[in-house]
Design a protein around this ligand. Structure first.
Ligand code: COD
Ligand code: ZN
Length: 373
């Protein structure tokens, strides 16, 4: 029985930039308003790689991971939305239901989030993890690369008890972020032309969302041509590899479409591809949706005179979904065969083979690799 006790278990710790190792960690019981989860599965997202490399700024040493699913082990005082035994998803952006973002009908970037900036601590300013006597930080208040984690109640949501845990973890980021960007944030229209920059996990989910929305042409852009066959199966109609082009990719997109695309998406996190996505849009009505997160100190350089013509530049985080309200509905939609997320998972490995999982990820072989506990 683990109730009220510190649990010692296996977790991945990033001690410093680019150094990840599996360690025995102590996970404290949840305090008031917190939930301790026994993880069942977690995806490896590009953002986790960004945190390990220090591109997204975080506090070291920390436990990475945010795309997680698990079963509630115990709850702290006052927790009412989940109970031990519930199947849950972890939420990289919480939903406190009290802040200005949560109260706004369209807002989802809850003020209690811990992405930008990142404290690496729970809401009370302390950590629940220690290793070898040292305090270990959290990431995004989710930290899913561990057999047990502790998260605030606002960063977790109960899902359908029938949900297959080896699959649905990707709904908590890849599906919400990518598929949601197309169907919910940009609201891609039937017959439209789209371009998707980056055909990794997130970009592939964007392609799926464009296709499900009835887009008639989907141009996929990636420097790794190994991504093309799977993206084609998901709905990409035309491919561009910028490293093989003699002119900027946006010029080629404009020539191919005549007038620029109706919808552009950036799912890489580089300023140059963000600008290329914007410049690929129809001057009058094009909508450019930025999904990728860049390093915090960078700026975009756009032609100022071309801003007034009517295009829309929009950012999106987790598909603009209010996470606790909407993620259970995405799980249910999957269970009802309304969204097919299966092709977005290309690899599955046991959690203790985390290093191998990162090797296949870095080799550019994956759309999503899911780690199973
Ligand atoms: N031109 C074209 N393609 C490129 C380039 C380039 N210069 N550089 C890299 N790529 C391709 C890679 O070959 C790869 O296929 C793809 O871009 C990136 O894919 P992945 O699989 O490495 O990463 P994803 O898809 O899991 O994530 C990418 C994001 C940028 C979306 C991610 O890192 C991110 O920033 N996510 C944050 C979005 C968000 O909402 N966060 C909240 C919770 S994560
Ligand atoms: Zn993610």
């Amino acid at each position: 029985d683990t109730l009220g006790k510190t649990i010692t278990c296996l977790a991945a710790i990033a001690w410093k930039k680019n150094s990840l190792s599996l360690e025995k960690v102590e996970v404290e019981p949840p305090k008031a308003g917190e939930v301790r989860i026994k993880m069942t599965s977690t995806g490896i997202c590009g953002s986790d790689d960004h945190t390990i490399k220090g591109i997204i700024s975080v506090k070291y040493p920390f436990i990475p991971g945010h795309e997680g699913a698990g079963i509630v082990e115990s709850i702290g005082e006052g927790v009412s939305s989940v109970k031990p035994g519930d199947k849950v998803l972890t939420l990289a952006v919480p939903q406190c239901r009290e802040c200005s973002a949560c109260l706004h009908p369209k807002g989802n970037f809850c003020e209690k989030q811990d992405l930008l900036p990142s404290s690496g601590l729970m809401l009370d300013g302390t950590s629940r993890f220690t290793c070898k006597g040292e305090k270990i930080y959290h990431s995004f208040r989710t930290s899913t690369f561990t057999e047990y984690t502790v998260v605030p109640e606002i960063s977790v949501v109960k899902i359908d008890a029938a949900a297959p845990m080896d699959k649905i973890c990707i709904i908590s980021c890849e599906v919400a972020t990518g598929y949601g960007a197309a169907v919910h944030s940009a609201q891609v229209t039937p017959g439209s032309t789209c371009v998707v920059f980056g055909l990794g996990g997130i970009g592939s989910a964007v392609v799926m969302g464009c296709k499900d929305s009835g887009a008639s042409r989907i141009i996929g852009v990636d420097i790794n041509e190994e991504k093309f066959p799977r993206a084609k199966a998901l709905g990409v109609t035309d491919f561009l590899n910028p490293s093989n082009l003699k002119k900027p990719v946006q010029e080629v997109v404009n020539e191919m479409t005549g007038t620029g695309v109706d919808f552009a998406f950036e799912a890489i996190g580089l300023t140059e591809t963000m600008v290329a996505a914007w410049d690929s849009c129809n001057l009058s009505h094009g909508v450019c949706t930025i999904i990728g997160v860049s390093a915090p100190d960078l700026k975009l350089s756009l032609s100022a005179v071309e801003v007034f013509t009517g295009r829309t530049l929009k950012g999106t985080c987790l598909g603009d979904y209010k996470t606790r309200d909407c993620f259970p509905q995405l799980v249910t939609a999957y269970l009802q065969n309304k969204i097919n997320i299966d092709p977005l998972i290309t690899h599955q490995l046991p959690f203790d083979q985390l290093h191998k999982a990162f090797e296949v990820y870095h080799a550019g072989k994956t759309i999503r690799c899911v780690l199973l506990f």
